[in-house]
Design a protein around this ligand. Structure first.
Ligand code: SF4
Length: 69
């Protein structure tokens, strides 16, 4: 599993990196960026909390087994 931020939607509210600092960080302008590639199993709840709390609905979760053959 992987989280993805749609940079076109992100408005830099910072909820993601406040709620899930292991998964997200801030760039120079305070917008969220994804840290690392894979969401560890113990970070799934944090990932879901960030997705649910992003005011811009900018975060999605991708299961890349669905895109690999
Ligand atoms: S919570 Fe959403 S809008 Fe805010 S920084 Fe994170 S991705 Fe961007």
């Amino acid at each position: 599993m992987k989280v993805v931020i749609d940079a076109g939607r992100c408005n830099g509210h910072g909820r993601c990196y406040s709620l899930a600092p292991a998964l997200f960080d801030a760039d120079d302008s305070g917008r969220g960026v994804v840290v690392g590639d894979e969401v560890a199993a113990d970070q799934l709840d944090a990932a879901r909390a960030a997705i649910a709390n992003c005011p811009e609905l900018a975060i999605t979760i991708a299961d890349h087994s669905a895109t690999q053959h």
